[in-house]
Ligand binder design. Sequence first.
Ligand SMILES: [Zn+2]
Length: 183
Amino acid sequence: MRVFSKDKPLLSLKEALTGAVCPMDIRQTLNIVEVEYWGFDEQLHKGQIVVHASLTNETRSIFSELLQKRFPIQSIEPIVVYHWSDNESMQENNTSGFNYRNVLGTERLSNHATGRAIDVNPKINPYFRNGASIPPNATYDVGRKGAITPVIAQVFERRGWRWGGRWREKDWQHFDKTAQGEH
Ligand SMILES: [Zn+2]
């Protein structure tokens, strides 16, 4: 029998978008997706992730495959829980999708801003910019629990998502899938 550990109550889409400073046309394309995942405590959990509605089914199947592989994930909660602070969410190693924000250190809108990107276990899979890790003092060690390996990345890549771990400036936590031809 599968037993869920005690998780926080699930949010409605409206609750998950409370306080989001985001244009209405983007807001209307978002969906909240319930997923199951294998926790760091080796128990089954339910989480929620806000993504572009067109990525709903893929998001479900990606997380179900990660669960089958027993890939440990710390938590999966919408960024509203972290007061819309990517930094707070990263510090807690929380996996999330939509966040209306720019690419760090740029004026360019992130793919997270349209719900077309997901960051997985961000503290264990940091982003490196100009040689410094974000979050600060984080390291990437492929042998560490919750680190994204190429095998795990392929769960996304087989569905046409890109992995930031393949980029010159490594963004180990980051996966995205833009609308066709938009890259
Ligand atoms: Zn990201």
